[in-house]
Design a binder for this molecule. Structure first.
Ligand SMILES: *[C@@H]1O[C@H](CO)[C@@H](O)[C@H](O)[C@H]1NC(C)=O
Length: 401
């Protein structure tokens, strides 16, 4: 009996070894395909799949050529912040193909003080296709809304930093604790067919935030959230946004700027063909009322539809919540060459256009063309302060320029 057992176990060990060798051979030969389930990820369980997702990255990163990391259908609990660095990568690009859902723990304390849940830095040529990222933010929002204190800041869901040639395709971000998608210090990023979903009262859940980046394109995406649908921070240049459905949310916002005295400028921004439904704002440029050497120039807002947006067109250079930290209330941010063209629909408040610029550095080169915004089916109003520019075609409300 004993010898039979030994004989059997030897066979099993032998088989196992040949199997492993075969797999390794396959890997070095094709060098390309990593299924996270083969690497220890456990779908539909309470087991943390972080290690499986880390192992897949390490292997893809170490292999030359392009690799694919495959996350099959199912729910994968990720209890740690995944940091994918491309610094030491040999690969010429890594594709994530995601059929499954990445799920954060419901206990928001586990991740709530960390910065980004799934972050990429120094990567070149990463694409993410499909998948749902479920940030499980509800508990944290409730904590924040209760105003009892002791709530962590929250973790952003998906972030790219100091990276280039990135594509995010058909990804869904659900109930992020904080920002859903952050693009920071990147070059040439294409975001396409993305869905962002969070309730209108979820605090600081910006949909897509871009800063210090150039050549970012955001196309064909639907964003419903509790803060800005898209927020554009300092140092953003050559940003193209097209075919966006925003709402609920706070609209598409350049700012807040003038956070610091030395701040990179924002220029060459295009927002084209977007619908804002029941949003707090449509398109907004916002800066703190304080010194800064930042600027905003060459911005085009075109073919926009407002459906009951509270403030369809806004420039607010006197942002100073709780009247703290804004000496003199004059913003140093210089705003010039901003065009609003073919913008129509309804405003939820009587004032559809509000341009409130810095008294020290008035806005210049503001252009309005073919604007038609009503309030309760009647004419709406516009107000201007420290604003110079011109208008063309039919402007309703009557131009204050
Ligand atoms: C402005 O941005 C677009 C992309 O949005 C780019 O194609 C174009 O070259 C940029 N223009 C300048 C002058 O940088």
């Amino acid at each position: 009996m004993k010898s039979i057992m030994r004989f059997l176990s030897i066979i099993i060990i032998l088989n196992f070894t040949t199997l492993t060798i075969a797999k390794d051979e396959l890997r070095t030969r094709s060098n390309r395909y990593y299924n996270v389930v083969d690497l220890g990820a456990k779908p539909n369980s309470n087991i943390d799949s972080s290690n499986g997702l880390k192992a897949a990255w390490e292997m893809a990163c170490a292999s030359t050529g392009r690799s694919t990391i495959f996350i099959p259908q199912g729910r994968y609990l990720i209890r740690s912040a995944l940091k994918y660095s491309g610094k030491e990568c040999k690969s010429s690009g890594i594709n994530f193909v995601i059929k499954g859902t990445i799920v954060a723990p419901t206990d928001f304390h586990i991740l709530g003080n960390l910065k980004t849940w799934v972050s990429f830095e120094y990567v070149d040529g990463v694409t993410i296709t499909g998948g749902v990222f479920d940030g499980q933010g509800a508990g944290l929002w409730a904590c924040k809304r209760s105003r009892k204190g002791g709530c962590p800041r929250g973790i952003s869901t998906l972030g790219f930093a100091n990276s280039k040639n990135v594509e995010i395709n058909g990804v869904t971000s659900l109930n992020s604790q904080l920002f859903h998608i952050v693009i920071n210090g990147c070059k040439d990023v294409k975001v396409q067919g993305v869905r962002v979903i969070a309730p209108s009262d979820s605090p600081n859940t910006d949909g897509i935030h871009v800063q210090l980046s150039s050549g970012v394109t955001i196309l064909n995406s639907r964003i419903a959230t509790g803060d800005d649908c898209i927020s554009i921070g300092s140092g953003t240049t050559s940003l193209w946004i097209e075919e966006i459905k925003c709402g609920p949310g706070h609209g598409i916002s350049i700012g807040s700027l003038a956070k610091t005295l030395n701040e990179a400028g924002v220029q060459n921004i295009t927002v084209k063909t977007a619908t804002f439904t029941n949003t707090q704002n449509g398109v907004r440029i916002k800066s703190w009322g304080r010194p800064s050497n930042g600027y905003v120039r060459n911005v085009l807002f075109q073919h926009l539809t407002m459906v009951n947006a509270q403030n369809p067109i806004v420039i607010d250079q006197n942002y100073c919540p709780r009247h703290k930290g804004c000496p003199g209330q004059d913003s140093g941010v210089r705003i010039s060459s901003v065009t609003y063209k073919d913008i129509h629909g309804s405003s939820a408040t009587p004032i559809a256009i509000k341009l409130d610029c810095s008294s020290k550095y008035p806005c210049s080169g503001i252009k309005m063309e073919d604007i038609h915004l009503t309030h309760k089916n009647e004419a709406s109003l516009s107000t201007c302060a420290n604003t110079a520019g011109s208008s063309f075609g039919v402007i309703q409300p009557k131009s204050c320029l």
